[in-house]
Design a protein around this ligand. Structure first.
Ligand code: HMG
Length: 388
């Protein structure tokens, strides 16, 4: 029985900062960001947007196309959680008017958790082929101002419908895993911004890739050449290029610029202009590939590498379904990206410094441009959402 991604939808906030503006304010050459890490813009959520509104905004276009009552499992993956106890999935479940008879939970393992969610959902639908699962990765990547991680910030969400009749990507059964207890990136409960050992994190990412590829290749018997394209976890696009080039050398191939661009280029386009979307990023890459690739990828196999600091890596694959183009949200994605508003440096820093009210009082948030849902305020420590 096939299982996999039936529909995939991406959302990113309506505001961004151009990294050349950040470079001016940090006194560095803009090409350190544009070329050195391969990033041009970072998405900035306005104060009335959070991981819940982004998750719901990503999922709504999918749910408009199906019978919502068939969704009996909802997994929301995030590492920018808003509550230590209540799952963000339940807020999104309510905004999306999903059925009460639904298992709704939040999953965490840094940027990897949406992949755990996808694999768990794929196994679950095998046992319940008449039901559907909704898996969402949603995150706001934040580092301290003026830290090396600052230009890799970003925000966005990807929602995926998982079924036994996937119209976009059928997952292969084989996967390779790598788990190790390391401190490359973390965010203690008392901090809003992540801490990271940047150079070390890049080394761990690459060793997790090589190890998980090894197990995947042994189990599946597939070679590198059996994959038409690759999608990587994208903390910044240069990371994927470095990792992919290393993997190619490891399997005895030469990573020429033309080959690298052919295998990876289309998957990097959204990330370059949104920044890191943590749990969503490998699926943002998949969405970018499917939306931009001019070759017909139908019946072609895609290799995917998901990485979460801490760390957890997984290499897996899937076959693009023949009529996939009819089931994408390409136009919607391109309207969203084209309609974004550029922020000034001062607006970026003002939003960054705003802080979330923690006094337990009544707070109403000013209305900015969001998707179909917004965070209207907070009352006695309870977030209040509204559909527009
Ligand atoms: P840095 O140390 O400030 O940058 O921050 P750098 O000095 O290494 O420069 C970056 C690149 O730009 C270098 O290229 C420079 O040569 C080049 P490389 O040597 O690496 O090929 N460069 C220039 N190029 C052209 N023109 C110029 C110029 N100047 C310099 N004028 C660092 C880099 C990645 C450390 C930082 O951005 C950081 O800490 N980022 C956050 C951590 C991160 O993203 N790690 C990635 C792996 S871990 C991961 O993916 C998990 C994560 O997503 C979280 C999770 O799982 O939960 C982060």
């Amino acid at each position: 029985m096939k299982t996999g991604i039936d529909l995939i939808s991406f959302y990113t906030p309506n505001y961004f900062l151009d990294l050349k503006v950040l470079a001016e304010h940090r006194g560095v050459d803009k090409d350190k960001f544009y070329l050195g890490i391969g990033q041009e813009k970072m998405a900035i959520p306005p104060p009335d947007e959070d991981i819940v509104t982004m998750a719901a905004s990503a999922a709504e276009p999918i749910l408009e196309k199906i019978d919502r009552s068939s969704v009996e499992l909802m997994i929301l993956a995030t590492e920018s959680g808003i509550d230590q106890s209540k799952a963000a999935a339940l807020f999104a479940h309510s905004l999306l008017e999903l059925p009460r008879r639904c298992r709704a939970v939040e999953l965490k393992e840094a940027c990897y958790a949406a992949t755990a969610g996808l694999q768990l959902a794929a196994s679950w639908v095998k046992d319940h082929p008449d039901k559907k699962a909704l898996v969402i990765g949603t995150d706001i990547a934040r580092y301290d101002l003026r830290s090396p991680g600052e230009p890799t910030q970003g925000a966005g969400a990807v929602a995926m419908l998982v079924t036994t009749e996937p119209r976009v990507l059928a997952l292969d059964a084989e996967y390779g895993l790598y788990a190790e207890d390391v401190m490359d990136f973390w965010r203690p409960n008392y901090r809003d911004n992540a801490l990271v050992d940047g150079k070390y994190s890049m080394l761990v990412y690459i060793s997790a890739l090589l190890e998980s590829w090894k197990q995947y290749a042994e189990r599946s018997g597939r070679r590198f050449e059996d994959h038409a394209r690759f999608c990587y976890h994208l903390p910044f696009t240069k990371m994927a290029e470095k990792a992919h080039s290393r993997l190619m050398k490891d399997v005895g191939l030469t990573p020429t610029p033309a080959l690298m661009d052919a295998l990876l280029g289309d998957s990097l386009r959204y990330n370059r202009i949104t920044g890191n979307t943590y749990t969503a990023s490998v699926y943002e890459g998949l969405s970018s590939l499917l939306d931009h690739c001019t070759d017909d990828l139908g019946s072609k196999r895609i290799g995917l590498f998901s990485y979460g600091s801490g760390c957890m890596g997984e290499f897996y694959s899937g076959v693009v379904q023949p009529e996939y183009r009819q089931h994408l949200f390409t136009e919607r994605h391109s309207r969203l990206i084209a309609g974004r508003t550029e922020l000034t440096y001062q607006q970026y820093e003002d939003i960054f410094q705003l802080g979330f009210p923690t006094d337990g009082g009544e707070h109403t948030f000013a209305q900015y441009r969001t998707g179909p849902f917004r965070l209207a305020g907070v009352s006695q420590h309870k977030r209040i959402y509204e559909a527009l």
